[in-house]
Design a protein around this ligand. Sequence first.
Ligand code: ZN
Length: 320
Amino acid sequence: MTNGAGAAAAPNAAVLAAARRIREQGDSAPRLARDPVNRAMIRNWTEALGDADPRYPELAPPAMVQVWTMHGLHGQRAADDPLGAMTAVLDEVGYTSVVATDCEQSYHRYLVPGEQLAVRTRLTDVVGPKRTALGEGWFVTTVSTWSVGAEPVAEMMFRVLKFRPPAPSAVPEPLTAPDPPEPPTLPTPPRNVLRPTVTRDTEYFWAGTSAGELRVWRCGGCGLLRHPPGPMCPRCGATRPEYLVASGLGAVYSFVVHHHPPVPGRELPFVVALVELAEGVRVLGELRGVEPSEVRVGLPVEIDFDRVDDELTLPAWRPR
Ligand code: ZN
């Protein structure tokens, strides 16, 4: 690990000292579930997940184990909760953001309605500071054990990254390889991109990108093509929009190279191109797969689809 400037050494030492103290406290006191394992909650869970296994609700799905001891909407962590204590220490020195990175559960047996669970948690590990894609932070690992009476029935290893969020106006530092030995690596963070507002006028377009189609608004009255879409034809006034599926071929009509400010989900610099389609309308999108210095007006491009998640696929462009 690298502490860099001497000023950082003192907070780091304080974090490590606090981690040692909390770890040495061992398990928290057992915290009782608010209610025994019960059929109503099992039904809610299995119906929400669409799990029609006929053994439920006379047994509880093992993966529900954490449900039984949740704090509830207005609950508060116990004073001896080690994750709460470690979180407070890291908040104090500026590592205020959190993301869960790993969770492993082990189940010893099925639970049945009527059983009363309790959970204990201990801190096992605090590692850092590490540089990650989200910012500099500490990996905090706890292990929780659920028991019925004296019998352990399940365990969970839970790891979070407590990180210092980059200043909003700062250009993120380039990522560099962490010092050996390799720390636990962070799974690819969920992509935080700017999301379009989908309206009745634009939903056909976003449904199209999800389906791998570039759809262009076409007037149901006179056949005019236009983009971006709208409710009414500017030529004939008809309000019967249709669409055609474009070839996806075009050429750069204009473009910008975006250097600043940082944009969620994008690596700087990136190119935004206004592309004139073979069909005649112009469509914006990120132009990828080409050095910004190589982009020129007239560059032949084709559509590419950037699938962000199940809900969103962004149109993008690539050279052809
Ligand atoms: Zn029209």
